[in-house]
Ligand binder design. Structure first.
Ligand code: ZN
Length: 528
């Protein structure tokens, strides 16, 4: 058992890392010039612009397939799944994205095409399908064109950050349709919006949510509410992604999933990634060096600029330990790869499927925050938190807009258990005090944990969802007993793997496990 230096314990009391929360430092000033593409006519209407625009469709015959692989053929995804997760390649009716895009020289724009195979898993017929256009929300731009359904042009419409694709005929339950479209995305060059998840900044490209992304249809119908940008933007079904990226050949591409093919020619590289089931596809690009390690069937690859290689190595150590810990205690990690990459994000860390991001500043192993906290300590808790999201967000999904506590509080609780596993209960308890520190930012008020992101004002979101929410999860653990709680968490993950859990389902399963009434506990902490 490793010992934890006392000064770092004290540091925990003043600085709680969490993804998409407090910036590690003030965002670096932007010195880059505005790209020529920043405000061209390719931009879709902003929220203040005319609300509805018709997407132009060129009436042509069906475009040739992007890949010589039938979307129903899932075998290409098998190599990315560990032996215990291999049956997930058969996930019935999951959407399949076949996508190809080209990044321009400046890494600030891309053009692409995607073919999405969508099966109606609902018990009602569907007359339309919706996609999110997150680059609009992220102050970039995305223009969609040439939308076809089963090869026939349709008059798709955009409204703010939503694309509506009308179906020529209703899609009956169990039926499958194919939606094809091209898209041009403009990438911001500052990190001021939603922590810079979509930005080219400090010579590093962070490419999140850059493509038209299927909305979720659930018991509320199509979920197309505009996200609140202080939280995670996405709520998505687990899907399969086969993605071919063409980019300048002087950057290292780090993407969700496994590389199944790569080639180089005339200053460009073409790399094909395959992943799934997964809830998104993410790509980072930069002048990175790589360090890696294999844990069980999973290779963990950690990327950073050469000057920050020590940070990349430290992140690799933490991720390996956290992955082992969660795999043993909760459920096996499903993929054969986990990537860690640093970007200039103004969050400390951000989770994506099979890939976690940590901010550049905390990779500087010798440095401290203005408050005297070693960045190495922040890197450790942040990395452990983001690894926790591989179980809570990706493996088990949830509505990150309406019930963000379900992934954030559980990822933070996982971080606490990581410290217990690594250093013992006493150190874990010291680390746990940081969650009270976080709650203090909302004056320790009994604001409910279970509200949508948009219902929290400013600092309340972090204070309640990350602070009070994590304290609730430990209260639940203590009410049930650690052994029963761990069994429940395994049951929760097993039950909702590649599906989405809700607060009520979480509670019902916990009550079934403990054979007790948890109503009073949920009323005290979770409900309004
Ligand atoms: Zn998080």
């Amino acid at each position: 058992m490793k010992r934890w230096p006392i000064h770092i314990l004290i540091a925990f009391l003043v600085f709680l890392p969490a993804c998409r929360l407090a910036p590690a430092v003030s965002p670096a000033p932007t010195s880059s010039p505005q790209p020529a593409t920043a405000a061209t006519s390719t931009a879709l209407p902003e929220a203040t612009a005319s609300p509805v625009a018709q997407v132009t469709g060129t009436p042509t015959t069906a475009a040739p397939a992007l890949f010589d692989i039938d979307p129903a053929d899932r075998s290409v995804f098998l190599s990315g799944l560990t032996s215990s997760a291999r049956e997930a390649a058969e996930l019935p009716g999951a959407p399949v994205y076949h996508m190809a895009f080209t990044l321009d020289e400046s890494l600030t724009a891309l053009n692409g095409r995607q073919t999405v195979t969508y099966t109606n898993l609902e018990d009602v017929e569907l007359s339309e399908i919706y996609f999110h256009l997150h680059p609009v929300t992220l102050e970039g731009a995305i223009a969609v064109s040439d939308v076809t359904v089963n090869g026939a042009p349709v008059a798709a419409e955009t409204t703010d950050a939503i694309l509506r694709v009308p179906l020529p005929a209703p899609l009956m339950p169990g039926q499958t349709t194919t939606i094809d479209m091209t898209f041009d995305t403009t990438i911001p060059i500052d990190i001021g919006r939603n922590y810079g998840v979509l930005a080219y900044h400090d010579d590093i490209l962070a490419l999140a949510h850059f493509y038209p992304m299927l909305a979720v249809f659930d018991d509320e119908g199509w979920n197309i509410t505009a996200p609140d940008i202080q939280g995670d933007l996405t709520y998505s079904d687990a899907a399969f992604y086969l993605v071919r990226v063409t980019a300048p050949d002087d950057v290292v591409l780090v993407g969700t999933g496994s590389i199944i093919e790569e080639s180089r020619a005339e200053g460009t590289q073409t790399v094909t990634f395959a992943t799934g089931p997964a809830r998104d596809f993410y790509l980072a690009a930069g002048d990175f060096v790589e360090t890696s390690r294999t844990v069980g069937e999973t290779t963990i690859r950690s990327y950073a600029p050469a000057a920050l290689a020590d940070g990349a190595a430290a992140a690799l150590d933490v991720a390996a330990a956290a992955l082992s810990s969660l795999s043993e205690r909760v459920a096996p990690y499903p993929y054969t790869e986990l990537d860690i990459v640093t970007t200039p994000t103004s969050a400390l860390g951000i989770e994506y499927p099979g890939l976690i991001v940590g901010t550049l500043n905390m990779y500087d192993m010798g440095a401290e925050t203005a408050g005297g906290t070693p960045y190495s300590a922040i890197l450790e808790s942040t990395t452990a938190h983001e690894v926790g999201h591989q179980w809570f967000y990706n493996l088990v999904g949830n509505d990150q807009l309406d019930e963000p506590w379900l992934d954030e509080s559980l990822a933070s609780y996982s971080t606490y258990r990581y410290f217990v596993d690594q250093y013992g209960q006493t150190v874990g308890d010291s680390y746990f005090e940081t969650f009270y520190g976080r709650w203090d930012r909302a004056g320790r008020e009994n604001i409910p944990v279970g509200m949508p992101v948009a219902n929290y004002q400013d600092a309340e979101y972090g204070a309640i969802v990350y602070g009070r929410g994590t304290i609730f999860v430990r209260e639940l653990e203590e009410a049930m007993g650690r052994e029963a709680f761990d069994a429940f968490l395994r049951d929760y993950v097993r039950t909702f793997t590649w599906e989405e859990g809700t607060t009520e389902e979480f509670r019902a399963l916990a009550e079934a496990n403990c054979e007790c009434d948890l109503g009073p506990l949920f009323s005290k902490w979770i409900y309004k």
